[in-house]
Write a protein that binds this ligand. Structure first.
Ligand SMILES: Cc1cc2nc3c(=O)[nH]c(=O)nc-3n(C[C@H](O)[C@H](O)[C@H](O)COP(=O)(O)OP(=O)(O)OC[C@H]3O[C@@H](n4cnc5c(N)ncnc54)[C@H](O)[C@@H]3O)c2cc1C
Length: 412
């Protein structure tokens, strides 16, 4: 029987968010000896809008834990309400959802969602919480492990593996040590989140509001259980700097003064701190593989540049990592040239949508276009159905960047 040193693993995963825990589940299911590390102790908060797209749910289904997810406190959503800068409102149903059967999207606090994934990973992988990774261990040109600190004892420890996965989010230490975590203000967003209770007029829809003072960017209200909601705002970092926007101030001004919100928030109460975080967007293709290492999720900068969704993409990158690394173990090849398949795989799966979303993000700066689309959709069922189809289908979404679509709308 093969013996193994206590600090030697097949795979080390740095970070146990949705990317890291999903990767641990995929790899441990295939019999790999996985060490999953996080500096936090679960359950822990993560600044997010808490909306789970269809991609995240598809991965949960594949991992066999989608049904269990129903037991976590959440709110089901069946569509999205948009408002235009001219303050027109439109509701677009999510295709394939049905309030009668409960088949819908989820809004679920990340504190609960991430803990659910982590506890599942813990059943199959070796886990260490309260462990801050501080550096990579190299042998020749290969990453062969990590160094870090046990935050309880302050003791330095070192672990080794055939491959290290950086799943440590937007401020990834793994990407930083590899020289890849550069600040690119045009390709990242800053977003704030605060929890409220008792906002009136909430429904089983997520709400995305394009408000003049926050363009290019948006204000959201995502409903949660027990009459609470996740409220927030996000904007491209370059635009925040250029227009000297103080996001928190801008958000509360909208809440207090905008005719769509001032009544709705009249009796509402803030029930958390306002917290902000960086979103590395997939409008920039960050290198995500090398000798003995790969990056998944935010560490690989895979967030949708239009919607800001990153949970589903992090989980998809974990699935691709699981598939490619299984082949790497079979051939015992963890070289950059072999692991290129991983990066090719994620960009094959997500690249086209990320590109479309980047173009949409750029078009979203054109206020008259937002007014045109939302204004026309508010009056026409046919246009609402067309947009609903575009939400679900990547090819159909592509038509949103076709000038013909807007020309047709002008005459609709
Ligand atoms: C305000 C805001 C709103 C958002 N809204 C949405 C939304 O509604 N829907 C959506 O899909 N996405 C949303 N996103 C994006 C989403 O939060 C991320 O894309 C997602 O969390 C990425 O998952 P991840 O596993 O890659 O990283 P993370 O979830 O960030 O997890 C990284 C983990 O690594 C750990 N870690 C970090 N450094 C170290 C270290 N040195 N040592 C050990 N552990 C470490 C952290 O503790 C953390 O647990 C939002 C983001 C923000 C900021």
């Amino acid at each position: 029987m093969e013996t193994r040193e206590a600090n030697q693993f097949d795979v080390i995963i740095v970070g146990a968010g949705p990317g890291g825990s999903s990767a641990a589940l995929y790899l441990a299911k295939k019999g790999r000896n996985v060490l999953l590390l996080d500096k936090a102790v679960f359950p822990r908060d993560k600044v997010c809008g808490d909306a789970m797209g269809t991609r995240a749910v598809a991965v949960l289904r594949e991992l066999g834990i989608a049904q269990e997810m129903e037991n976590i406190k959440h709110e089901k959503v069946y569509g999205v309400v948009f408002s235009s800068p001219k303050r027109k409102l439109v509701q677009i149903p999510f295709p394939g959802t049905d309030p009668k059967t409960g088949k819908g999207g989820y809004v679920v606090r990340r504190e609960l969602f991430d803990d659910f994934l982590f506890q599942n990973a813990k059943k199959k992988a070796v886990t260490r919480e309260n462990f801050l990774v501080t550096d990579l261990v190299w042998k020749n040109d290969f990453v062969v492990g990590i160094k870090g600190k046990n935050l309880e004892t302050d003791q330095e420890e070192e672990f080794h593996a055939k491959v290290v996965i950086g799943a440590d989010g937007a401020n990834s230490i793994v990407a930083t040590k590899l020289g890849l975590n550069k600040t690119l203000p045009k390709h990242e967003c800053i977003a704030l989140r605060v929890y409220y209770e008792n906002i009136s007029g909430c429904s089983n829809n997520i709400e995305i509001h394009f408000v003049d003072s926050l363009l290019p960017g948006y204000f959201w209200i995502f409903p949660l259980e027990n009459n609470t909601a996740n409220v927030g705002v996000g904007m491209i970092t370059h635009e925040i700097r250029k227009h000297k926007v103080t996001l928190e101030k801008a958000m509360f001004q909208v809440i207090q003064n905008d005719p769509l919100f001032k009544e709705r928030f009249k009796n509402a109460k803030v029930i958390s701190d306002v917290k902000g975080w960086r979103l590395p967007l997939g409008s920039y293709h960050r290198k995500a593989h090398g000798n003995g290492w790969i990056l998944v999720g935010d560490a690989a900068a895979l967030i949708d540049p239009f919607s800001g969704e990153g949970v589903g993409n992090a989980m998809v990158s974990a699935r691709v990592a699981g598939t490619v690394l299984e082949q790497a173990f079979k051939t015992n090849d963890f070289s950059e040239s072999f692991l290129k398949q991983y990066e090719d795989g994620i960009w094959k799966e997500l690249g086209s949508e990320l590109k479309t979303s980047y173009q949409l993000q750029r078009m979203g700066r054109i206020t008259p276009l937002l007014n045109l689309v939302i204004g026309k959709a508010s009056k026409s069922k046919e246009i609402r159905e067309t947009i609903s189809g575009m939400i679900a289908n990547e090819n159909a979404k592509h038509s949103l960047i076709n000038p013909l679509f807007y020309l047709k709308l002008l005459f609709a």
